[in-house]
Ligand binder design. Structure first.
Ligand code: DON
Length: 591
């Protein structure tokens, strides 16, 4: 085993921004063998996942993308901590062991069910554009949009991180355990070292060229110039130190002080320099927002509203399907046609109307109005794929004239689902956007590239695009952390990574559990078929491939490809039932 240490200096080397297919950073391999020694419970959970069985529990459950992180959350829940406490422990551990997907340098959306009040609410810890950012941020001198990775790699794409502030906020509101104690396991593991998982090793290898543009990231992930391999021990002393500072001083130390100065210097000093300033960090605030809920077959599908499109698009997809019988199941072409065109209609509305509602008026109510959804849903009544799909005309109370959006979204991200023994529920999707984010590393964590979730073009044919860059604005997201309610109580916790396919992955999981009666593990493992903009993506190597002929016959172009969701699901009934996506390294633990 080799030891890899991050260099302590925050220097960023220049270098080539090689253009590669974005899918090269799509997470794939599920870890086998590396986590078995953690505990008998972890081994049992891994075995259940391999056998396709849900993990069952009575009191509490946690499902996330890495066994170290799930175990940290489980220890908190077993000791009587709340879902908010566990969320802190899980997130800071994920930032260490799954650093390419989420962490202190990123942002997150949390949907929270508070058992005491019976209320679902949401917290927006989305990254924010610097005050010096303009709508031309991702355009060249001629006003043409930059190439995607030319924008991603370096300082230009870095928004003010929101995850540290979100963790502090929900801990202050709903936590009962000592803050420093929740950070302690990740702090200790960062100092002691952890074995690189198969998935992390694979992603480092695939991203080596871009990681090489960042001296600190390169020295951590590629000590002696070559990518770490599965089983190598990674020691992250800067991360241990960051957690020590946050333990002792609270997250205020992230947004002002030495760490903040280093973040700003790193972003401004990068080759592809960004405009983030110490003022941007100092004024960052988490926003509590009303949950967006849509009716579906006697349930309320509650999710994240703007700046995420996730809650609206999942709610609409299901709402458009309300009048149709899906009981023939996932292998039926008509069922797949209905789901696909419902999703396409939702994406058309999303592209036109959804952005940060603090900057542009978003007709949330109109988009989820049952009459509007029934009218749009009626478009699905034919036998063939809709030849064309356009945004609808929901009711709104402001003048709206937006051009269709042109943002590009590509894979990384992580979803955490938790139910605590008091009945509180946390559904949080967390991200640094692209795999390894901006590739810039500070304090042992990677900085996000979330600003590339804005539209690179600000206008189309002279008409402004709602999701254009603006100072202090939050980029539109597809993240869809969801809590499904029935008769006033939570029954399903759901969410996934997957870029804009998050919406389809999450909608399918909910349909699988409500319409097809599948358990959480079977729903997470179900082969994917996703349609966002017309092409029907079918998951390679699964039974979804067999749909190709039938779907072509009703008018779809199909594309067989890897579809690497990371669905982490909990079904809440007489017992708790957890399912972890077999496409990733996560598990469910409960008691
Ligand atoms: O906020 C969003 O929608 C994206 N930045 C999330 C990226 C993502 O899910 C990548 N997943 N594999």
């Amino acid at each position: 085993m080799r030891l890899a240490l991050i260099g302590l200096l925050a220097l960023v080397a220049g270098g080539a921004n090689a253009q590669q297919a974005a899918d090269a950073v799509q997470p794939e391999a599920a870890g086998v063998g590396i986590f078995e020694s953690l505990s008998p419970q972890v081994t049992a959970a891994l075995e259940a996942k391999r056998a396709g069985l849900p993990v069952q529990a009575e009191d509490w459950m946690v499902v996330a993308a890495n066994p170290h992180a799930v175990r940290a959350g489980a220890d908190v829940l077993a000791a009587g901590g709340t879902a908010a406490d566990a969320l802190v422990a899980v997130q800071v551990m994920l930032g260490l062991v799954e650093p390419q997907s989420s962490g202190l340098g990123g942002g997150a959306f949390l949907v929270w069910y508070d058992r005491a009040s019976g209320r679902v609410t949401t917290f927006d810890g989305r990254e924010t554009a610097p005050l010096a950012a303009t709508p031309q941020l991702f355009q060249d001198a001629a006003g043409e949009p930059l190439g995607f990775f030319d924008a991603v790699v370096g300082g230009l794409s870095v928004g003010v991180p929101g995850t540290p502030a979100l963790l502090a906020e929900i801990h202050a509101r709903y936590g009962t355990r000592d803050w420093a104690g929740l950070l302690a396991p990740a702090r200790a593991l960062a100092a002691d070292g952890f074995p690189v998982s198969p998935r992390l090793a694979q992603l480092v290898a695939e991203d080596a060229e871009r990681l090489a543009t960042s001296e600190i990231a390169a020295s951590y992930f590629m000590p002696s110039g070559v990518p770490v391999v599965q089983g190598d021990m990674l020691v992250n002393l800067p991360y241990a130190n960051t957690l020590k500072v946050l333990s002792e001083e609270g997250v205020g130390a992230f947004y002002a002080g030495d760490l903040a100065k280093t973040i700003v210097a790193t972003v401004q000093g990068a080759d592809n320099a960004g405009v983030l300033s110490d003022v941007d960090l100092a004024i960052y605030r988490v926003k509590e927002r009303t949950a967006v809920c849509a009716p579906y077959r006697g349930h309320e599908i509650c999710g994240m509203g703007p700046p995420s499109s996730g809650g609206i698009a999942v709610g609409q997809t299901l709402g458009f399907l309300e009048g149709y019988d899906l009981s023939a199941g996932p292998d039926d072409v008509t069922v797949r046609r209905l789901i696909a065109d419902a999703s396409r209609l939702a994406f058309a509305d999303r592209g036109r109307y959804v952005a940060d509602s603090d900057f542009v008026p978003v007709p949330v109510k109109g988009l989820l109005d049952p009459a509007y959804m029934a009218e749009r849903g009626a478009l699905l009544a034919g036998d063939d794929a809709l030849p064309e799909v356009a945004a609808g005309n929901p009711e709104f109370d402001h003048a709206l004239n937006w051009a269709d959006d042109q943002a590009i979204e590509l894979p990384s991200t992580s979803h955490i689902s938790i139910v605590d023994s008091f009945g509180n529920v946390a559904s949080m999707t967390t991200t640094i956007e692209n795999g390894f984010g901006s590739r810039l590393m500070v304090g042992g964590f990677l900085l996000n590239n979330q600003l590339t979730d804005f539209s690179f073009r600000s206008h189309d044919g002279g008409v402004p695009i709602a999701n254009r860059v603006e100072p202090g604005k939050r980029p539109r997201s597809s993240m869809a952390p969801t809590i499904v309610m029935k008769d006033g109580a939570p029954v399903i916790v759901a969410g996934s990574p997957g870029g804009s396919r998050i919406i389809g992955y999450t909608a399918q999981a909910i349909i699988a559990m409500i319409d097809w009666g599948l358990d959480a593990q079977t729903a997470a493992a179900l082969p994917h078929a996703v349609n966002r903009f017309g092409t029907y993506d079918l998951e390679a190597g699964t039974t979804a491939e067999a749909l190709a002929e039938g779907l072509a016959a009703v008018g779809y172009e199909t594309d067989v490809r890897a579809l690497t969701s990371g669905l982490h699901l909990i079904g809440i009934g007489e017992r708790l039932q957890g399912g972890a996506d077999p496409r990733r390294e996560g598990i469910a633990l409960g008691e």
